[in-house]
Design a binder for this molecule. Structure first.
Ligand code: HSE
Length: 379
């Protein structure tokens, strides 16, 4: 099968490296769309003209790794409408345009896959859909933001302050160009929206998910957690409750007996809970050139070998967080009349509605005295 890459950056170049090292895999990369021409690893590979790819009848599949909404959306839509299969690693695109793109694929009778868009190298979304064939997903959870896993891991293991750990994550190429998407939880929010959409067969939007990040964490918070045998992670969670779901993204202090508390610094984990299968965890490299490029090319292999099918959901999910309560550690000025425990600059709440905690943190940020909070979790 001849394919074209859209984008030849971190993920696209990784995909190219993998496919050219496996000449018998059944896939060959004919063209790659780049912003400006530069020396290519093979003659005639690079083009700056998408029409050359779209109008090439030999190209059966387009693998998009450009990132961003436009022009990625227009190109992917045009490719689907032209009868080409599409795989993508672009979480923003899949998160915002899931219904439109899956409908377009259905109309054209082609496949649309996006496993690498949430979880980097981990075949999480693929296995979530696989599990759903015979099971009913009760919940999903996980820590699949590579940047915050790396930052928090370094703060715990190497006693780095937040700013130094962030710089190191940027140097390693984990963090997005604007690190706020990672440290404010937006990247994980999009991954959570996508994971919950697939788990519960209804569109979960970013704006449905109360989201908080680790921007204001300090070494004192890390020490507090460690003294109590806990580890800080930026986590997502979503659970079926009758015909609605609860969903959130926030920092959590995880007790050492939890699997998620014991990850190597460079790893991510996503977990599903099936009605029949119980808990299944998927663990690996949540970002990076070769792991993410591999995940994207495995989608191409699945299409080539006709594994899996197209999933289309258009109905919005019913999100109801009113029953969702967590116990929170808070550092900063918080208006909590009843606390379980108070210490020097921190307090531990009684179980508190998640929506209330997130709203209180937003207000504090607006008022110029931001606070850090983390839910307390144990097995
Ligand atoms: N910035 C993202 C992360 C890249 O840190 O997980 C992979 O989605």
């Amino acid at each position: 099968m001849k394919i074209a890459l859209l984008g030849f950056g971190v993920v696209g170049s990784g995909a190219y490296q993998i496919i050219t090292s496996q000449p018998d895999c059944g896939i060959s990369i004919k063209r790659a769309l780049v912003r400006s021409l530069r020396p290519a690893p093979a003659e005639g590979l690079f083009t700056t003209d998408f029409q050359e790819i779209l109008q090439d009848p030999e190209i059966e599949l387009v693998a998009e790794a450009m990132g961003g909404l436009e022009p990625a959306y227009s190109y992917v839509l045009a490719a689907l409408q032209a009868g080409k299969h599409v795989v993508t690693a672009n979480k923003l695109l899949v998160c915002h345009k899931f219904a439109e793109l899956t409908q377009a694929a259905k109309t054209a009778g082609v496949q649309f896959r996006y496993t690498a868009s949430a979880g980097g190298g981990i075949p999480w979304l693929f296995n979530l859909l696989r599990a759903k064939r015979l099971d009913e997903i009760q919940a999903i959870s996980g820590a699949i933001n590579g940047t915050t896993n790396f930052i928090l891991g370094n703060m715990h293991k190497n006693n780095l302050p937040f700013s130094a750990a962030l710089q190191e994550a940027q140097r390693m190429g984990y963090a997005e160009a604007d690190p706020s998407a990672d440290i404010d939880g937006l990247d994980l929010c999009r991954k959570c929206a996508l994971s919950a959409t697939l788990a519960f067969s209804a569109i979960v939007r970013e704006e449905d998910i109360p989201t908080a990040g680790i921007r204001h964490i300090t070494e004192a918070d890390i020490r507090w957690a460690e003294e109590r045998n806990m580890t800080c992670k930026q986590v997502m969670g979503s659970r079926r409750q009758g015909d609605s779901i609860s969903v959130y993204v926030e920092p959590a202090f995880l007790h050492a007996d939890m699997l998620e508390a014991n990850l190597p610094i460079r790893s991510s984990i996503a977990i599903l809970e099936g009605k029949y299968v119980g808990r299944l965890g998927f663990f690996g490299a949540g970002a990076g050139t070769l792991p993410t490029g591999m995940n994207m090319m495995q989608d191409v292999m699945d299409i080539l070998h006709q594994v899996g099918r197209l999933h289309c959901f258009t109905e919005p999910a019913r999100v109801d967080n009113s029953l969702l309560q967590h116990t929170y550690y808070i550092r900063g000025e918080a208006d909590i009349p009843e606390a379980q425990e108070r210490g020097d600059g921190w307090l531990l709440t009684k179980p508190l509605p998640v929506a209330q905690m997130h709203a209180m943190a937003r207000e504090a940020e607006k008022a110029g005295h931001p606070l850090f909070f983390a839910s307390i979790a144990q097995e």
